[in-house]
Design a binder for this molecule. Structure first.
Ligand code: CTP
Ligand code: CA
Length: 231
Protein backbone atom coordinates (compact mmCIF):
# COMPACT_ATOMS: atom_id res chain seq x y z
CA UNK A 1 0.00 0.00 0.00
CA UNK A 2 1.15 3.53 -0.68
CA UNK A 3 2.34 5.49 2.37
CA UNK A 4 -0.35 7.82 3.71
CA UNK A 5 0.22 11.38 2.58
CA UNK A 6 0.77 13.84 5.40
CA UNK A 7 -1.89 16.53 5.86
CA UNK A 8 -0.85 19.64 3.94
CA UNK A 9 -1.64 21.92 6.87
CA UNK A 10 1.66 23.81 6.60
CA UNK A 11 1.31 24.50 2.87
CA UNK A 12 2.31 28.07 2.11
CA UNK A 13 4.07 28.45 5.47
CA UNK A 14 7.74 29.25 5.88
CA UNK A 15 9.36 27.72 8.92
CA UNK A 16 12.85 27.92 10.38
CA UNK A 17 14.24 25.06 12.44
CA UNK A 18 17.57 25.24 14.25
CA UNK A 19 19.15 21.88 14.95
CA UNK A 20 22.30 20.41 16.44
CA UNK A 21 24.53 22.08 18.98
CA UNK A 22 26.69 25.17 18.81
CA UNK A 23 30.44 24.99 19.42
CA UNK A 24 32.51 27.79 20.82
CA UNK A 25 36.18 27.79 19.88
CA UNK A 26 38.97 27.93 22.42
CA UNK A 27 41.61 27.87 19.70
CA UNK A 28 41.66 26.58 16.11
CA UNK A 29 41.50 22.94 17.18
CA UNK A 30 39.35 22.90 20.32
CA UNK A 31 35.87 23.92 21.30
CA UNK A 32 33.31 23.87 24.09
CA UNK A 33 30.11 22.20 23.01
CA UNK A 34 27.36 19.78 23.94
CA UNK A 35 25.99 16.35 23.14
CA UNK A 36 23.13 17.35 20.85
CA UNK A 37 23.15 15.31 17.64
CA UNK A 38 20.43 17.24 15.82
CA UNK A 39 18.17 14.23 15.38
CA UNK A 40 15.06 15.92 16.82
CA UNK A 41 15.68 19.06 14.75
CA UNK A 42 16.11 17.03 11.60
CA UNK A 43 12.85 15.19 12.32
CA UNK A 44 11.12 18.57 12.78
CA UNK A 45 12.39 19.74 9.39
CA UNK A 46 11.33 16.51 7.67
CA UNK A 47 7.88 16.58 9.27
CA UNK A 48 7.27 20.24 8.33
CA UNK A 49 8.36 19.62 4.75
CA UNK A 50 6.07 16.59 4.46
CA UNK A 51 3.19 18.83 5.61
CA UNK A 52 3.91 21.35 2.88
CA UNK A 53 6.07 23.99 4.59
CA UNK A 54 9.05 25.75 3.08
CA UNK A 55 11.78 24.78 5.55
CA UNK A 56 15.04 26.55 6.36
CA UNK A 57 17.24 24.34 8.50
CA UNK A 58 19.93 26.15 10.49
CA UNK A 59 22.28 23.26 11.11
CA UNK A 60 24.77 23.65 13.94
CA UNK A 61 27.51 21.05 13.52
CA UNK A 62 25.14 18.35 12.28
CA UNK A 63 27.07 15.18 11.71
CA UNK A 64 23.98 13.24 10.64
CA UNK A 65 23.34 12.83 6.95
CA UNK A 66 20.10 13.95 5.36
CA UNK A 67 20.05 17.66 6.17
CA UNK A 68 19.88 18.68 2.51
CA UNK A 69 17.03 16.22 1.84
CA UNK A 70 15.11 17.42 4.92
CA UNK A 71 14.93 21.10 4.06
CA UNK A 72 14.56 23.57 1.21
CA UNK A 73 17.51 25.60 2.49
CA UNK A 74 20.27 24.48 4.81
CA UNK A 75 22.49 27.06 6.51
CA UNK A 76 25.46 25.47 8.24
CA UNK A 77 26.74 27.22 11.35
CA UNK A 78 29.24 26.48 14.07
CA UNK A 79 29.03 29.12 16.80
CA UNK A 80 26.12 30.71 18.64
CA UNK A 81 26.84 34.06 16.98
CA UNK A 82 26.56 32.44 13.53
CA UNK A 83 23.39 30.58 14.52
CA UNK A 84 21.83 33.79 15.79
CA UNK A 85 22.55 35.62 12.53
CA UNK A 86 21.23 32.74 10.39
CA UNK A 87 18.04 32.27 12.43
CA UNK A 88 17.27 35.98 12.43
CA UNK A 89 17.94 36.37 8.70
CA UNK A 90 15.64 33.49 7.77
CA UNK A 91 13.21 34.35 10.58
CA UNK A 92 12.24 37.70 9.06
CA UNK A 93 9.73 36.01 6.75
CA UNK A 94 8.98 32.92 8.79
CA UNK A 95 5.56 31.95 10.12
CA UNK A 96 7.20 29.79 12.78
CA UNK A 97 10.67 29.39 14.26
CA UNK A 98 11.56 26.28 16.24
CA UNK A 99 14.75 26.52 18.28
CA UNK A 100 15.61 22.85 18.60
CA UNK A 101 19.35 23.51 18.63
CA UNK A 102 21.25 23.16 21.89
CA UNK A 103 22.85 26.58 22.18
CA UNK A 104 26.03 26.98 24.23
CA UNK A 105 25.22 29.27 27.15
CA UNK A 106 28.82 30.49 27.44
CA UNK A 107 31.81 30.92 25.16
CA UNK A 108 35.51 31.43 25.79
CA UNK A 109 36.12 35.14 26.30
CA UNK A 110 39.25 35.25 24.17
CA UNK A 111 39.69 32.41 21.66
CA UNK A 112 43.24 32.33 20.37
CA UNK A 113 44.33 32.27 16.74
CA UNK A 114 47.21 29.95 17.54
CA UNK A 115 46.87 26.56 19.17
CA UNK A 116 47.13 26.71 22.95
CA UNK A 117 50.33 24.94 24.04
CA UNK A 118 51.03 23.26 27.34
CA UNK A 119 54.02 24.75 29.08
CA UNK A 120 56.09 22.14 30.97
CA UNK A 121 55.91 22.70 34.70
CA UNK A 122 53.04 25.17 34.46
CA UNK A 123 49.53 23.84 35.00
CA UNK A 124 46.53 24.52 32.77
CA UNK A 125 45.47 28.12 32.35
CA UNK A 126 41.94 28.82 33.54
CA UNK A 127 39.40 29.38 30.78
CA UNK A 128 37.44 32.58 31.11
CA UNK A 129 33.89 32.36 29.77
CA UNK A 130 31.36 35.02 28.81
CA UNK A 131 27.62 34.58 28.35
CA UNK A 132 26.15 34.13 24.87
CA UNK A 133 23.09 36.04 23.69
CA UNK A 134 19.84 34.13 24.31
CA UNK A 135 18.63 33.72 20.73
CA UNK A 136 15.17 32.47 21.73
CA UNK A 137 14.61 35.27 24.25
CA UNK A 138 15.60 37.81 21.60
CA UNK A 139 13.12 36.31 19.11
CA UNK A 140 10.36 36.57 21.72
CA UNK A 141 11.36 40.15 22.51
CA UNK A 142 11.80 41.36 18.93
CA UNK A 143 8.97 39.48 17.15
CA UNK A 144 10.57 39.55 13.70
CA UNK A 145 7.23 39.07 12.00
CA UNK A 146 3.58 39.50 12.96
CA UNK A 147 1.77 36.40 14.18
CA UNK A 148 5.00 34.41 14.12
CA UNK A 149 4.94 31.36 16.38
CA UNK A 150 8.19 31.08 18.37
CA UNK A 151 8.96 27.65 19.81
CA UNK A 152 11.71 26.68 22.23
CA UNK A 153 13.03 23.38 23.49
CA UNK A 154 14.08 22.69 27.04
CA UNK A 155 16.22 19.69 27.84
CA UNK A 156 15.88 19.00 31.55
CA UNK A 157 17.20 16.32 33.89
CA UNK A 158 15.28 17.18 37.03
CA UNK A 159 17.24 17.59 40.28
CA UNK A 160 16.79 18.06 44.01
CA UNK A 161 14.89 21.32 43.41
CA UNK A 162 12.30 19.90 41.03
CA UNK A 163 11.17 17.39 38.39
CA UNK A 164 11.69 17.68 34.63
CA UNK A 165 8.22 19.22 34.33
CA UNK A 166 8.76 21.62 37.26
CA UNK A 167 11.87 22.99 35.58
CA UNK A 168 10.01 23.07 32.25
CA UNK A 169 7.14 25.14 33.66
CA UNK A 170 9.53 27.61 35.25
CA UNK A 171 11.40 27.92 31.96
CA UNK A 172 8.17 28.41 29.97
CA UNK A 173 7.31 31.38 32.18
CA UNK A 174 10.83 32.76 32.06
CA UNK A 175 11.31 32.42 28.29
CA UNK A 176 7.87 33.54 27.17
CA UNK A 177 8.02 31.51 23.95
CA UNK A 178 4.61 30.75 22.44
CA UNK A 179 5.38 27.07 22.90
CA UNK A 180 8.09 25.27 24.85
CA UNK A 181 8.77 21.59 24.22
CA UNK A 182 10.17 20.11 27.40
CA UNK A 183 12.07 16.87 27.15
CA UNK A 184 13.79 14.63 29.64
CA UNK A 185 17.49 14.06 29.04
CA UNK A 186 20.26 12.15 30.76
CA UNK A 187 20.49 8.49 31.81
CA UNK A 188 20.00 7.22 28.27
CA UNK A 189 17.13 9.59 27.41
CA UNK A 190 17.10 12.34 24.84
CA UNK A 191 20.48 12.83 23.26
CA UNK A 192 21.25 10.55 20.34
CA UNK A 193 18.38 8.21 21.08
CA UNK A 194 15.71 7.38 18.50
CA UNK A 195 12.80 8.04 20.87
CA UNK A 196 11.78 11.04 22.86
CA UNK A 197 9.19 12.18 25.39
CA UNK A 198 8.01 15.76 25.24
CA UNK A 199 5.54 17.95 27.09
CA UNK A 200 4.46 21.03 25.16
CA UNK A 201 3.73 24.05 27.33
CA UNK A 202 2.45 27.49 26.39
CA UNK A 203 3.89 30.78 27.67
CA UNK A 204 1.83 30.51 30.86
CA UNK A 205 3.23 27.06 31.64
CA UNK A 206 -0.05 25.34 30.72
CA UNK A 207 0.38 21.92 29.09
CA UNK A 208 -1.07 21.91 25.57
CA UNK A 209 0.26 18.54 24.37
CA UNK A 210 2.20 15.48 25.47
CA UNK A 211 3.90 13.16 23.02
CA UNK A 212 6.08 10.13 23.35
CA UNK A 213 7.53 7.98 20.61
CA UNK A 214 9.87 8.48 17.72
CA UNK A 215 11.39 11.89 17.17
CA UNK A 216 9.29 12.09 14.00
CA UNK A 217 6.12 11.44 16.01
CA UNK A 218 7.15 14.08 18.55
CA UNK A 219 7.90 16.46 15.67
CA UNK A 220 4.42 16.00 14.20
CA UNK A 221 2.82 16.56 17.61
CA UNK A 222 4.73 19.82 17.92
CA UNK A 223 3.67 20.99 14.46
CA UNK A 224 0.06 20.11 15.40
CA UNK A 225 0.43 22.49 18.35
CA UNK A 226 1.93 25.18 16.08
CA UNK A 227 -0.92 24.79 13.55
CA UNK A 228 -3.49 25.16 16.37
CA UNK A 229 -1.93 28.48 17.35
CA UNK A 230 -2.01 29.92 13.84
CA UNK A 231 -4.93 32.35 13.44
N1 CTP B 1 18.54 29.08 23.71
C1 CTP B 1 18.91 30.13 22.92
N2 CTP B 1 20.05 30.83 23.19
C2 CTP B 1 20.80 30.52 24.26
C3 CTP B 1 20.43 29.45 25.10
C4 CTP B 1 19.29 28.74 24.80
O1 CTP B 1 18.21 30.41 21.94
N3 CTP B 1 21.88 31.24 24.51
C5 CTP B 1 17.30 28.35 23.40
C6 CTP B 1 17.47 26.90 23.04
O2 CTP B 1 17.62 26.71 21.65
C7 CTP B 1 16.17 26.28 23.52
C8 CTP B 1 15.77 27.17 24.68
O3 CTP B 1 16.49 28.38 24.54
O4 CTP B 1 15.16 26.37 22.54
C9 CTP B 1 16.01 26.61 26.04
O5 CTP B 1 17.35 26.28 26.19
P1 CTP B 1 17.87 25.80 27.59
O6 CTP B 1 19.33 25.55 27.52
O7 CTP B 1 16.98 24.68 28.05
O8 CTP B 1 17.52 27.07 28.49
P2 CTP B 1 18.42 28.10 29.27
O9 CTP B 1 17.59 29.33 29.38
O10 CTP B 1 19.76 28.24 28.64
O11 CTP B 1 18.51 27.48 30.73
P3 CTP B 1 19.50 26.40 31.40
O12 CTP B 1 20.51 25.96 30.38
O13 CTP B 1 20.09 27.12 32.56
O14 CTP B 1 18.60 25.27 31.83
CA1 CA C 1 21.20 26.48 28.30
Amino acid sequence: AAAARAPQDLAGCRVVVSAGGTREPLDPVRWIGNRSTGRQGLALAQAARARGAHVTLVAANLELGGAEAAADDVVRVETTAQLRDAVRAAGRDADAIVMAAAVADFRPAAPTEAKIKKVPGRGPAPIELVENPDVLAELVRDRLRERQVVVGFAAETGDATGSVLDHGRAKALRKGADLLAVNAVGAGRGFGTPDNEVWVLDATGEQVAHATGTKRHVADALWDAVVKRRP
